[in-house]
Design a binder for this molecule. Structure first.
Ligand code: FES
Length: 252
């Protein structure tokens, strides 16, 4: 009798010898990522209640053509591709949504839905995920803009002040910074491809930076989630204040 063919050894979809409840970890991703996607889409199309006093929602920053001179739709739609592209192509989110939404694969050591046709990210459209490093450059620009917004959030009518919104925007940009700086592509750019730091220009500073980024990189998943919550909650807070549903709490 001959050896079993490679194909006969491939598991059927969902087939596994795992005894743990491997599917449980998919649920929070579906609920939280799906919920955020829905909320962000609704807010991006809403086109109002995105600023109040010195606060500007991160969904609408940088604010382009607010007066609708040449763009008649929501200004958020003009900038959406940057942050959306960065998150969508993120190495961590890719793993999370491939599993949770496409079940492809559903989990480690669990049978896939199309094992015979699997091409990974080598063919269209998933080959576009390789654009992540370019979205990183865009994200770094957004980071600078959002830091500017967060600092402006402490400036009320020409005077320094602190409101709850100021703190919300500050926490948000700190978490977004951790998320962006912990990016795998950035770590690779700074030192991941270097075999010998003492042999390259600026090897010392690069090694120091690479070690710092590596520390952040170990917590990339945590920062991915925390920054997702902080962006959504920052927008929600500003929306509620701008719509008059609540008043901004002023500390100073
Ligand atoms: Fe997640 Fe770059 S890998 S942001």
């Amino acid at each position: 009798m001959g050896a079993p063919s490679v194909e006969s050894k491939l598991a059927q979809f969902g087939e596994t010898q795992r005894r743990d409840a491997w599917w449980v970890e998919l649920l929070p991703v579906v609920i939280l990522l799906g919920g955020f996607g829905l909320y962000a889409t609704l807010r991006a199309f809403e086109g109002r209640f995105y600023e109040w006093g010195p606060y500007l929602s991160p969904f609408y920053s940088p604010l382009i053509d607010q007066g609708h001179r040449w763009w008649k739709f929501s200004p958020a739609l003009l900038i959406l591709a940057g942050p959306l592209g960065f998150r969508t192509t993120c190495y961590y989110y890719r793993k999370a949504y491939y599993r949770a939404f496409f079940l492809d694969p559903a989990a480690c050591a669990v049978g896939e839905s199309r094992p015979h046709r699997y091409k990974g990210e080598t063919a269209f459209p998933l080959i576009l995920q390789n654009l992540h490093r370019y979205f990183l450059y865009v994200a770094l620009i957004f980071l600078v803009i959002l830091w500017y917004d967060a600092i402006c959030g402490f400036w009320f009518d020409g005077h320094f002040g602190v409101g709850l919104g100021s703190l919300v925007l500050l926490v948000n940009i700190v978490l977004l910074s951790f998320y962006t700086l912990s990016c795998h592509s950035l770590r690779h750019l700074v030192g991941g491809k270097v075999d010998c730091f003492s042999c390259v220009a600026f090897g010392g500073p690069r090694h120091t930076a690479w070690r710092g980024l590596s520390l952040l990189n170990e917590r990339h998943m945590l920062f991915a989630w925390l920054s997702l919550f902080s962006v959504g909650l920052s927008d929600l807070y500003i929306r509620m204040v701008a719509a008059g549903a609540i008043s901004d709490l002023r500390f100073l």
